[in-house]
Write a protein of this length. Structure first.
Length: 434
Protein backbone atom coordinates (compact mmCIF):
# COMPACT_ATOMS: atom_id res chain seq x y z
CA UNK A 1 0.00 0.00 0.00
CA UNK A 2 1.40 3.40 -1.03
CA UNK A 3 2.31 5.76 1.75
CA UNK A 4 0.00 8.76 1.83
CA UNK A 5 1.31 12.30 1.69
CA UNK A 6 1.17 14.22 4.98
CA UNK A 7 2.61 17.53 3.75
CA UNK A 8 0.68 20.75 4.03
CA UNK A 9 -0.73 22.31 0.89
CA UNK A 10 0.76 25.80 0.79
CA UNK A 11 -0.18 28.79 -1.35
CA UNK A 12 1.91 31.78 -2.36
CA UNK A 13 3.06 34.02 -5.17
CA UNK A 14 5.55 33.32 -7.94
CA UNK A 15 8.70 31.64 -6.52
CA UNK A 16 11.69 33.96 -6.36
CA UNK A 17 9.60 37.15 -6.49
CA UNK A 18 9.47 39.32 -3.33
CA UNK A 19 10.97 36.55 -1.22
CA UNK A 20 8.40 33.94 -2.24
CA UNK A 21 9.46 30.36 -1.61
CA UNK A 22 8.28 27.16 -3.25
CA UNK A 23 4.55 26.57 -2.71
CA UNK A 24 2.15 23.82 -3.70
CA UNK A 25 -0.16 26.43 -5.26
CA UNK A 26 0.97 29.53 -7.15
CA UNK A 27 -1.66 32.24 -6.67
CA UNK A 28 -2.72 34.79 -9.28
CA UNK A 29 -4.66 38.01 -8.73
CA UNK A 30 -8.34 37.76 -9.75
CA UNK A 31 -9.58 39.63 -12.78
CA UNK A 32 -11.54 42.66 -11.56
CA UNK A 33 -13.86 44.88 -13.62
CA UNK A 34 -15.17 44.84 -17.17
CA UNK A 35 -17.75 42.12 -16.50
CA UNK A 36 -20.87 41.69 -18.63
CA UNK A 37 -23.39 38.95 -19.35
CA UNK A 38 -21.24 37.54 -22.17
CA UNK A 39 -18.43 36.96 -19.66
CA UNK A 40 -20.86 35.23 -17.32
CA UNK A 41 -22.17 32.88 -20.02
CA UNK A 42 -18.64 31.98 -21.11
CA UNK A 43 -17.68 31.29 -17.49
CA UNK A 44 -20.68 28.96 -17.14
CA UNK A 45 -19.71 27.07 -20.30
CA UNK A 46 -16.15 26.64 -19.05
CA UNK A 47 -17.31 25.43 -15.64
CA UNK A 48 -19.79 22.94 -17.10
CA UNK A 49 -17.34 21.17 -19.40
CA UNK A 50 -17.58 17.40 -19.03
CA UNK A 51 -13.93 16.37 -19.33
CA UNK A 52 -11.83 19.39 -18.34
CA UNK A 53 -14.02 21.86 -16.44
CA UNK A 54 -12.50 25.25 -15.63
CA UNK A 55 -13.98 27.41 -12.87
CA UNK A 56 -11.40 30.17 -12.72
CA UNK A 57 -13.45 32.57 -14.88
CA UNK A 58 -16.57 31.94 -12.81
CA UNK A 59 -14.79 32.28 -9.48
CA UNK A 60 -13.04 35.46 -10.62
CA UNK A 61 -16.48 36.82 -11.41
CA UNK A 62 -17.79 35.76 -7.98
CA UNK A 63 -14.88 37.53 -6.27
CA UNK A 64 -15.30 40.68 -8.35
CA UNK A 65 -19.01 41.14 -7.74
CA UNK A 66 -18.91 40.13 -4.07
CA UNK A 67 -16.37 42.90 -3.55
CA UNK A 68 -18.74 45.64 -4.70
CA UNK A 69 -22.33 44.41 -4.22
CA UNK A 70 -23.37 45.61 -0.75
CA UNK A 71 -26.88 44.14 -0.89
CA UNK A 72 -25.62 40.72 -1.96
CA UNK A 73 -23.16 40.67 0.93
CA UNK A 74 -25.92 41.74 3.33
CA UNK A 75 -28.24 38.85 2.47
CA UNK A 76 -25.34 36.39 2.60
CA UNK A 77 -24.35 37.67 6.04
CA UNK A 78 -27.97 37.29 7.13
CA UNK A 79 -27.83 33.56 6.41
CA UNK A 80 -24.41 33.24 8.02
CA UNK A 81 -25.64 35.02 11.16
CA UNK A 82 -28.63 32.69 11.43
CA UNK A 83 -26.29 29.70 11.20
CA UNK A 84 -23.90 30.72 13.97
CA UNK A 85 -26.65 32.22 16.15
CA UNK A 86 -27.36 28.79 17.61
CA UNK A 87 -24.30 27.14 19.19
CA UNK A 88 -23.23 23.65 18.15
CA UNK A 89 -22.93 21.15 21.01
CA UNK A 90 -21.60 17.59 21.15
CA UNK A 91 -23.58 15.15 23.28
CA UNK A 92 -22.63 11.66 24.33
CA UNK A 93 -25.11 9.63 26.39
CA UNK A 94 -27.42 12.67 26.52
CA UNK A 95 -24.69 14.73 28.22
CA UNK A 96 -22.50 17.47 26.74
CA UNK A 97 -18.93 16.22 26.34
CA UNK A 98 -16.78 19.07 27.67
CA UNK A 99 -13.58 17.71 26.10
CA UNK A 100 -15.08 18.07 22.63
CA UNK A 101 -17.07 21.16 23.56
CA UNK A 102 -13.94 23.20 24.29
CA UNK A 103 -13.00 22.86 20.61
CA UNK A 104 -16.50 23.88 19.50
CA UNK A 105 -16.20 27.12 21.51
CA UNK A 106 -12.85 28.05 19.99
CA UNK A 107 -12.37 30.66 17.21
CA UNK A 108 -11.24 28.08 14.64
CA UNK A 109 -14.57 26.27 14.83
CA UNK A 110 -16.54 29.50 14.36
CA UNK A 111 -14.50 30.27 11.22
CA UNK A 112 -14.92 26.69 10.08
CA UNK A 113 -18.72 26.94 10.24
CA UNK A 114 -18.67 30.05 8.03
CA UNK A 115 -16.34 28.43 5.48
CA UNK A 116 -18.50 25.34 5.65
CA UNK A 117 -21.57 27.39 4.78
CA UNK A 118 -19.68 29.02 1.88
CA UNK A 119 -19.65 25.61 0.20
CA UNK A 120 -23.32 26.25 -0.54
CA UNK A 121 -22.44 29.57 -2.18
CA UNK A 122 -19.43 28.45 -4.22
CA UNK A 123 -20.36 24.79 -4.80
CA UNK A 124 -17.71 23.23 -2.54
CA UNK A 125 -15.03 23.81 0.08
CA UNK A 126 -11.83 21.81 0.56
CA UNK A 127 -10.13 21.91 3.98
CA UNK A 128 -6.80 20.61 5.25
CA UNK A 129 -6.69 20.09 9.02
CA UNK A 130 -3.78 19.89 11.44
CA UNK A 131 -3.01 19.99 15.15
CA UNK A 132 -1.49 23.10 16.72
CA UNK A 133 -0.80 22.16 20.31
CA UNK A 134 -4.06 21.43 22.08
CA UNK A 135 -6.17 22.98 19.34
CA UNK A 136 -7.08 22.23 15.76
CA UNK A 137 -6.37 24.48 12.78
CA UNK A 138 -7.19 24.26 9.11
CA UNK A 139 -6.45 25.82 5.74
CA UNK A 140 -9.13 26.52 3.14
CA UNK A 141 -7.63 25.43 -0.19
CA UNK A 142 -8.15 28.20 -2.82
CA UNK A 143 -11.09 27.07 -4.89
CA UNK A 144 -9.63 28.18 -8.22
CA UNK A 145 -6.87 25.63 -7.65
CA UNK A 146 -9.19 22.70 -7.02
CA UNK A 147 -10.79 20.47 -9.65
CA UNK A 148 -13.62 18.76 -7.72
CA UNK A 149 -14.65 16.64 -10.71
CA UNK A 150 -11.24 14.97 -11.17
CA UNK A 151 -10.23 15.46 -7.50
CA UNK A 152 -7.04 17.35 -8.30
CA UNK A 153 -5.01 20.13 -6.68
CA UNK A 154 -4.05 22.49 -9.54
CA UNK A 155 -0.68 24.26 -9.06
CA UNK A 156 -1.49 27.19 -11.37
CA UNK A 157 -4.97 28.31 -12.34
CA UNK A 158 -5.85 27.38 -15.92
CA UNK A 159 -3.83 24.16 -15.92
CA UNK A 160 -5.58 20.85 -16.60
CA UNK A 161 -3.16 18.65 -14.66
CA UNK A 162 -2.45 18.49 -10.97
CA UNK A 163 -1.88 16.33 -7.91
CA UNK A 164 -4.62 13.93 -6.71
CA UNK A 165 -5.89 15.13 -3.37
CA UNK A 166 -6.47 11.54 -2.23
CA UNK A 167 -2.75 11.53 -1.44
CA UNK A 168 -3.53 13.84 1.49
CA UNK A 169 -5.31 11.98 4.34
CA UNK A 170 -6.09 15.18 6.26
CA UNK A 171 -8.37 16.76 3.63
CA UNK A 172 -12.11 17.26 4.03
CA UNK A 173 -14.17 17.89 0.90
CA UNK A 174 -17.62 19.43 1.39
CA UNK A 175 -20.11 19.89 -1.45
CA UNK A 176 -20.83 18.28 -4.80
CA UNK A 177 -18.37 17.85 -7.62
CA UNK A 178 -20.35 19.68 -10.32
CA UNK A 179 -22.30 22.11 -8.13
CA UNK A 180 -21.52 25.73 -9.05
CA UNK A 181 -23.15 27.12 -5.91
CA UNK A 182 -25.96 29.53 -5.17
CA UNK A 183 -23.87 32.45 -6.44
CA UNK A 184 -24.34 31.18 -10.00
CA UNK A 185 -28.05 32.03 -9.67
CA UNK A 186 -27.55 35.62 -8.51
CA UNK A 187 -24.62 36.66 -10.69
CA UNK A 188 -26.81 37.84 -13.63
CA UNK A 189 -28.68 40.24 -11.32
CA UNK A 190 -25.41 41.46 -9.78
CA UNK A 191 -24.01 42.13 -13.27
CA UNK A 192 -27.11 43.98 -14.48
CA UNK A 193 -27.13 45.98 -11.27
CA UNK A 194 -23.52 47.07 -11.69
CA UNK A 195 -24.10 48.09 -15.31
CA UNK A 196 -27.33 49.87 -14.41
CA UNK A 197 -25.63 51.75 -11.60
CA UNK A 198 -22.97 52.96 -14.00
CA UNK A 199 -25.58 54.24 -16.45
CA UNK A 200 -27.50 55.79 -13.56
CA UNK A 201 -24.38 57.65 -12.44
CA UNK A 202 -23.81 58.83 -15.99
CA UNK A 203 -27.42 60.01 -16.20
CA UNK A 204 -27.05 61.94 -12.94
CA UNK A 205 -23.81 63.49 -14.12
CA UNK A 206 -25.37 64.58 -17.40
CA UNK A 207 -28.74 65.84 -16.20
CA UNK A 208 -28.14 66.40 -12.49
CA UNK A 209 -26.07 69.56 -12.98
CA UNK A 210 -26.74 72.72 -14.98
CA UNK A 211 -25.11 72.85 -18.39
CA UNK A 212 -23.08 75.97 -19.08
CA UNK A 213 -23.24 77.25 -22.64
CA UNK A 214 -20.91 79.73 -24.29
CA UNK A 215 -20.75 81.22 -27.79
CA UNK A 216 -18.02 83.09 -29.60
CA UNK A 217 -17.48 84.72 -32.99
CA UNK A 218 -16.72 81.96 -35.45
CA UNK A 219 -13.42 83.43 -36.61
CA UNK A 220 -12.24 84.81 -33.27
CA UNK A 221 -9.91 82.10 -31.95
CA UNK A 222 -8.71 84.22 -29.03
CA UNK A 223 -12.31 84.75 -27.87
CA UNK A 224 -12.92 81.02 -28.09
CA UNK A 225 -9.93 80.22 -25.86
CA UNK A 226 -10.93 82.91 -23.37
CA UNK A 227 -14.50 81.66 -23.24
CA UNK A 228 -13.38 78.06 -22.73
CA UNK A 229 -10.99 79.12 -19.96
CA UNK A 230 -13.71 81.05 -18.15
CA UNK A 231 -16.28 78.22 -18.40
CA UNK A 232 -13.97 75.48 -17.16
CA UNK A 233 -12.82 77.65 -14.25
CA UNK A 234 -16.40 77.82 -12.95
CA UNK A 235 -16.55 74.20 -11.81
CA UNK A 236 -17.03 70.61 -12.98
CA UNK A 237 -20.52 70.83 -14.49
CA UNK A 238 -20.88 70.14 -18.26
CA UNK A 239 -19.77 72.79 -20.73
CA UNK A 240 -20.97 73.46 -24.27
CA UNK A 241 -18.97 75.89 -26.39
CA UNK A 242 -19.98 76.61 -29.96
CA UNK A 243 -19.62 79.41 -32.53
CA UNK A 244 -22.18 82.18 -32.64
CA UNK A 245 -24.89 81.38 -35.14
CA UNK A 246 -24.85 77.60 -34.42
CA UNK A 247 -27.01 75.72 -31.91
CA UNK A 248 -26.73 72.63 -29.70
CA UNK A 249 -29.90 70.98 -28.34
CA UNK A 250 -30.13 68.36 -25.56
CA UNK A 251 -33.33 66.33 -25.62
CA UNK A 252 -34.19 64.47 -22.43
CA UNK A 253 -36.58 61.56 -22.98
CA UNK A 254 -40.08 62.59 -21.94
CA UNK A 255 -41.39 59.05 -21.47
CA UNK A 256 -41.20 57.30 -18.12
CA UNK A 257 -38.87 54.65 -19.50
CA UNK A 258 -36.32 57.31 -20.34
CA UNK A 259 -36.23 58.95 -16.90
CA UNK A 260 -34.22 58.21 -13.76
CA UNK A 261 -37.14 56.12 -12.44
CA UNK A 262 -36.23 53.38 -14.92
CA UNK A 263 -32.77 52.95 -13.37
CA UNK A 264 -34.16 52.91 -9.82
CA UNK A 265 -36.74 50.29 -10.77
CA UNK A 266 -34.12 48.02 -12.32
CA UNK A 267 -31.80 48.37 -9.32
CA UNK A 268 -34.63 47.52 -6.90
CA UNK A 269 -35.67 44.55 -9.03
CA UNK A 270 -32.14 43.13 -8.99
CA UNK A 271 -31.93 43.56 -5.19
CA UNK A 272 -35.25 41.76 -4.76
CA UNK A 273 -34.12 38.92 -7.05
CA UNK A 274 -30.95 38.43 -4.98
CA UNK A 275 -33.01 38.36 -1.77
CA UNK A 276 -35.41 35.79 -3.20
CA UNK A 277 -32.59 33.57 -4.45
CA UNK A 278 -30.72 33.52 -1.13
CA UNK A 279 -33.41 34.12 1.51
CA UNK A 280 -36.58 32.97 -0.22
CA UNK A 281 -38.27 36.34 0.42
CA UNK A 282 -37.88 40.11 0.24
CA UNK A 283 -39.81 41.46 3.24
CA UNK A 284 -37.17 40.48 5.81
CA UNK A 285 -34.62 42.72 4.06
CA UNK A 286 -36.75 45.38 2.34
CA UNK A 287 -40.02 47.19 3.00
CA UNK A 288 -42.70 47.86 0.40
CA UNK A 289 -45.99 49.72 0.30
CA UNK A 290 -47.87 46.42 0.00
CA UNK A 291 -46.08 44.65 2.86
CA UNK A 292 -48.11 43.75 5.95
CA UNK A 293 -47.19 42.21 9.28
CA UNK A 294 -48.98 38.98 8.37
CA UNK A 295 -47.16 38.75 5.05
CA UNK A 296 -43.87 39.53 6.77
CA UNK A 297 -44.52 36.68 9.21
CA UNK A 298 -45.06 34.28 6.30
CA UNK A 299 -41.83 35.46 4.67
CA UNK A 300 -39.96 35.07 7.96
CA UNK A 301 -41.25 31.51 8.26
CA UNK A 302 -39.98 30.72 4.75
CA UNK A 303 -36.58 32.18 5.63
CA UNK A 304 -36.40 30.11 8.81
CA UNK A 305 -36.99 26.97 6.70
CA UNK A 306 -33.95 27.88 4.61
CA UNK A 307 -31.93 28.51 7.77
CA UNK A 308 -32.95 25.09 9.03
CA UNK A 309 -31.70 23.57 5.77
CA UNK A 310 -28.33 25.26 6.36
CA UNK A 311 -28.13 23.84 9.88
CA UNK A 312 -28.99 20.35 8.65
CA UNK A 313 -26.32 20.68 5.96
CA UNK A 314 -23.74 21.51 8.65
CA UNK A 315 -24.86 18.66 10.92
CA UNK A 316 -24.64 16.15 8.07
CA UNK A 317 -21.02 17.16 7.50
CA UNK A 318 -20.11 17.14 11.20
CA UNK A 319 -21.80 13.83 12.03
CA UNK A 320 -20.84 11.85 8.93
CA UNK A 321 -17.90 13.33 6.99
CA UNK A 322 -15.97 15.01 9.81
CA UNK A 323 -15.98 12.29 12.49
CA UNK A 324 -13.30 10.01 10.97
CA UNK A 325 -10.98 12.98 10.46
CA UNK A 326 -11.45 14.08 14.08
CA UNK A 327 -10.48 10.61 15.27
CA UNK A 328 -7.22 10.77 13.31
CA UNK A 329 -6.53 14.14 14.94
CA UNK A 330 -6.95 12.71 18.44
CA UNK A 331 -10.50 13.85 19.23
CA UNK A 332 -12.73 10.94 20.22
CA UNK A 333 -16.29 11.50 19.00
CA UNK A 334 -17.41 7.87 18.98
CA UNK A 335 -20.82 7.25 20.47
CA UNK A 336 -21.90 10.89 20.31
CA UNK A 337 -23.39 13.38 17.89
CA UNK A 338 -23.26 17.06 17.02
CA UNK A 339 -26.44 19.13 17.23
CA UNK A 340 -27.57 22.74 17.38
CA UNK A 341 -28.69 23.86 20.81
CA UNK A 342 -32.20 25.21 20.49
CA UNK A 343 -32.72 28.60 22.19
CA UNK A 344 -35.41 28.94 24.83
CA UNK A 345 -37.51 31.84 23.60
CA UNK A 346 -39.48 32.55 26.78
CA UNK A 347 -39.68 36.06 28.20
CA UNK A 348 -39.10 36.79 31.88
CA UNK A 349 -42.78 37.26 32.82
CA UNK A 350 -43.78 34.01 31.15
CA UNK A 351 -40.90 32.17 32.82
CA UNK A 352 -41.97 33.42 36.26
CA UNK A 353 -45.55 32.26 35.62
CA UNK A 354 -44.31 28.81 34.64
CA UNK A 355 -42.21 28.49 37.80
CA UNK A 356 -45.13 29.65 39.98
CA UNK A 357 -47.43 27.15 38.31
CA UNK A 358 -45.00 24.29 38.89
CA UNK A 359 -44.64 25.27 42.55
CA UNK A 360 -48.43 25.51 42.94
CA UNK A 361 -48.70 21.98 41.54
CA UNK A 362 -46.39 20.79 44.32
CA UNK A 363 -43.26 20.14 42.25
CA UNK A 364 -40.07 20.67 44.26
CA UNK A 365 -37.77 23.39 42.87
CA UNK A 366 -34.14 23.98 43.81
CA UNK A 367 -33.29 27.43 45.19
CA UNK A 368 -29.95 27.47 43.34
CA UNK A 369 -31.83 27.01 40.06
CA UNK A 370 -33.96 30.11 40.76
CA UNK A 371 -30.96 32.21 41.80
CA UNK A 372 -29.09 31.31 38.59
CA UNK A 373 -32.07 31.69 36.32
CA UNK A 374 -33.13 35.15 37.46
CA UNK A 375 -29.71 36.51 38.34
CA UNK A 376 -30.64 37.20 41.96
CA UNK A 377 -27.77 37.39 44.47
CA UNK A 378 -27.97 34.89 47.29
CA UNK A 379 -28.13 36.73 50.70
CA UNK A 380 -25.24 36.28 53.09
CA UNK A 381 -27.56 35.02 55.86
CA UNK A 382 -29.29 32.64 53.46
CA UNK A 383 -29.31 29.68 55.87
CA UNK A 384 -30.72 31.79 58.74
CA UNK A 385 -33.49 33.24 56.53
CA UNK A 386 -34.29 29.80 55.18
CA UNK A 387 -34.61 28.42 58.71
CA UNK A 388 -36.91 31.28 59.81
CA UNK A 389 -39.13 30.79 56.74
CA UNK A 390 -39.36 27.05 57.39
CA UNK A 391 -40.25 27.71 61.06
CA UNK A 392 -42.96 30.20 60.05
CA UNK A 393 -44.52 27.73 57.58
CA UNK A 394 -44.53 24.97 60.19
CA UNK A 395 -46.31 27.23 62.71
CA UNK A 396 -48.95 28.20 60.14
CA UNK A 397 -49.64 24.56 59.24
CA UNK A 398 -50.03 23.55 62.90
CA UNK A 399 -52.34 26.45 63.75
CA UNK A 400 -54.56 25.87 60.72
CA UNK A 401 -54.58 22.08 60.71
CA UNK A 402 -58.05 21.84 62.28
CA UNK A 403 -59.62 23.65 59.38
CA UNK A 404 -58.16 21.43 56.67
CA UNK A 405 -60.54 18.64 55.57
CA UNK A 406 -59.27 15.10 56.20
CA UNK A 407 -59.66 14.04 52.54
CA UNK A 408 -57.33 16.89 51.36
CA UNK A 409 -54.68 15.95 53.92
CA UNK A 410 -54.90 12.32 52.87
CA UNK A 411 -54.27 13.00 49.19
CA UNK A 412 -50.89 14.12 47.90
CA UNK A 413 -49.74 15.76 44.69
CA UNK A 414 -52.69 14.48 42.58
CA UNK A 415 -55.24 16.15 44.83
CA UNK A 416 -53.35 19.47 44.78
CA UNK A 417 -53.10 19.25 41.00
CA UNK A 418 -56.89 18.76 40.68
CA UNK A 419 -57.56 21.62 43.09
CA UNK A 420 -55.27 23.90 41.14
CA UNK A 421 -57.10 23.40 37.84
CA UNK A 422 -60.55 23.18 39.43
CA UNK A 423 -60.24 26.77 40.57
CA UNK A 424 -60.16 28.11 37.03
CA UNK A 425 -63.09 30.49 36.43
CA UNK A 426 -65.86 29.45 34.08
CA UNK A 427 -66.81 31.65 31.20
CA UNK A 428 -69.19 31.38 28.32
CA UNK A 429 -67.02 33.69 26.27
CA UNK A 430 -67.90 36.92 24.53
CA UNK A 431 -71.02 37.21 22.43
CA UNK A 432 -69.73 37.71 18.92
CA UNK A 433 -71.80 38.45 15.87
CA UNK A 434 -70.23 37.16 12.65
Amino acid sequence: MAKKNTRRITAGGTPGVAGQGTSTIILSAPRIGGVDIADYMQALRDANRIDFPQRRRLYNLYTDLLTTDAHLNAVIDKRRAALVDQPVVFRRSEQIDEHVQQHLRSPWFHDFLLDLFDARLWGFSLFQFRREGEWLAYDLIPRKHVDPVRRLIIPREGQITGQPWDEYPDLLFVGKARDLGLLAQVMPYAIYKRLCLGYYAQYAELFGQPIREGTYAIYDEEARRAMLRDLTAMGASPVILHPDGTSVNLHEASQKAGSAELYKTLLEYCDEAESKALLGNTLTTQTTDTGTQALGTVHKSAEESINQMDRQFVLDVLNYDFTDLLLTLGIDVRGGSFEFEQPKQIDLAESINIDRTLQAMGLPMDDDYLYRKYGVERPRDYEQQKARMASTRTTEVVEGAGSVPQNRRAHGFGSRLRDFFASAPESTGADLEW
